[in-house]
Every structure is written in structure tokens, then in C-alpha cells.
Design a protein around this ligand. Structure first.
Ligand SMILES: [Mg+2]
Length: 261
């Protein structure tokens, strides 16, 4: 079964969703596409910021008849399955995430508090959050023209790989996510449970928080829509995936058709 797609994992916003009304539904062609995967022996799963419960509502509302093998939400923090029409969260997995986040916070809070005090004392930020939604998310808005100065304070944490940037363009607003909050770890978890490797996995996404999926060690098949950001497009090209001409889900279907006729 080498080099055959057996698992398809995709993002919601800007990938499966977008360019369609109502926004909170998959367009018809994408619904047909998902339902067609089963006939080819391909399982599908989600990997998005949406909660699994909201995702499932959307899937049902859109008229999808097939069911995902996994629903992942909150950028890898949640993992669920669908059993007899109901969303069942994997409580052990989700508890593990919370424990790891507490350990992470304990490791970093002193350094973050020091940075925060400095930024406030020097009047460099208009808004600053160091442990957003209790998930170690750093977010800030710098005072006008002070963006560069503020970013410098976070350089060490970025260089060490403890945090990564939501948007690497370094503007006056910044969001830094802790390294373990990413879509790559949960993808690996799904693969282990299914016994499906990177050579049989295809991923689709459009944003920087999808980059952990666009990694040859996790997926040998990848596609992004025309609206994907430049970092995603770079990663897809580097890994010989398809950057589609179409936007959103139309681009995804177009790209995948090229990979699997
Ligand atoms: Mg997206």
C-alpha cells in the first residue's frame, strides 16, 4: 500500500470553508468529494481551531453522509470521534494536553513576567496577554512604530522553538503559540491510532498554523488552495505538493484530483 492515499486531513477556515454562503457549511462539490473518498478506501479527518462539536454540527448541516475517523479542534488540543451520531471526546488525550500546558507555563512564567513588566515599563505595548485563554498564547499590540522593539523581546523564545509565530510577517500585532499547540502532533497521533504512515497521508490547509502538517515526516501528499499564505505555498512547493489555481475547497478538490485521479 505504499504511495497510496489512505488518510486525508484538512483545515476548516480558508481551506474547506470560504467563498460560499452560508460560510458555516461545506460547498456541495466538497461534500460530494468527501463522500466519494470512502469508495476509494480513503478515511478523512479534520484539524482546525473549531471545537469537534461545532465541526460535527457543520458536517451534518452540510449534508455529508460519510463520517470522519477523527475530529481535531483547538489547533491539536482536542481529539474526538463520532460514535452513533454523537461526538465522543478522547478525555485522556485532552487531559494530557492540559497537563503539558501547565508544565510549560510553570517553565516559562517567570521569564514572561519579566518581559511583560519591561514592555509595560517602557510603554512599548498597547495590549499584552501572556497566557491567553489559559493556553499559553501570547498576544500583543505594540504602540505605533514600536513593533520591531517588541518583537525583539520575544526573539529568544522563538529561537529556542518554545513558541512559534501565527503570522511571521512581524507587524505591530503579534500572536505567539506554544510549540505543543500545533496541528502536527495530533496528526501523528491519528496516524499512530490508524496505523497509517506519512506515505499514505494527504493534508490540506492554508495558514501558518497548518505548517506543522506540511512536513514530509508527517505527510507525503499535500495540497493548498490559491488563497493559502506564502509560507504554506513555499512548504507545499518544497515538498512537491500541489498549489491549486482555485480558492478554498474548490482548490482543494482540484489539487487532489491531480494527485489521485
Ligand atoms: Mg485556515
Amino acid at each position: 500500500m505504499k504511495n497510496k492515499i489512505r488518510l486525508f486531513v484538512f483545515d476548516f477556515d480558508g481551506t474547506a470553508l470560504g467563498g460560499y454562503f452560508p460560510y458555516e457549511e461545506f460547498p456541495g462539490p466538497f461534500v460530494d468529494f468527501l463522500d466519494g473518498l470512502g469508495k476509494k478506501g480513503v478515511k478523512w479527518a479534520t484539524n482546525t481551531t473549531w471545537s469537534p462539536d461545532a465541526q460535527y454540527g457543520l458536517i451534518v448541516r452540510s449534508g455529508v453522509r460519510s463520517r470522519p475517523v477523527f475530529l481535531s479542534g483547538q489547533t491539536g488540543r482536542q481529539l474526538a470521534t463520532v460514535k452513533r451520531g454523537r461526538v465522543v471526546h478522547d478525555e485522556a488525550y485532552e487531559r494530557g494536553v492540559i497537563v503539558r500546558e501547565r508544565i510549560f507555563w510553570r517553565k516559562h512564567w517567570r521569564e514572561l513576567r519579566r518581559i511583560g513588566m519591561e514592555l509595560l515599563r517602557k510603554g512599548l505595548v498597547e495590549r499584552l496577554e501572556l497566557n491567553g485563554v489559559n493556553q499559553n498564547i501570547i498576544s500583543f499590540k505594540s504602540r505605533k512604530g514600536r513593533g520591531d522593539k517588541v518583537w525583539r523581546y520575544f526573539e529568544g523564545l522563538l529561537r529556542s522553538g518554545e513558541y512559534y509565530e501565527w503570522d511571521p510577517s512581524h507587524g505591530e500585532e503579534g500572536i505567539l503559540l506554544p510549540r505543543m499547540m500545533n496541528k502536527g502532533g495530533v496528526l501523528t497521533e491519528m496516524q499512530h491510532r490508524l496505523g497509517i504512515g506519512p506515505e499514505n497521508t494527504m493534508v490540506a490547509g492554508d495558514g501558518t498554523n497548518d505548517l506543522h502538517m506540511f512536513d514530509k515526516r508527517r505527510a507525503h501528499w499535500m495540497v493548498c488552495p490559491a488563497n493559502a499564505n506564502r509560507y504554506v505555498k513555499q512548504a507545499v512547493r518544497k515538498n512537491h505538493g500541489v498549489v491549486a489555481k482555485g480558492k478554498y475547497s474548490w482548490g482543494i478538490v482540484e489539487g487532489i484530483m491531480k494527485l489521485m485521479p
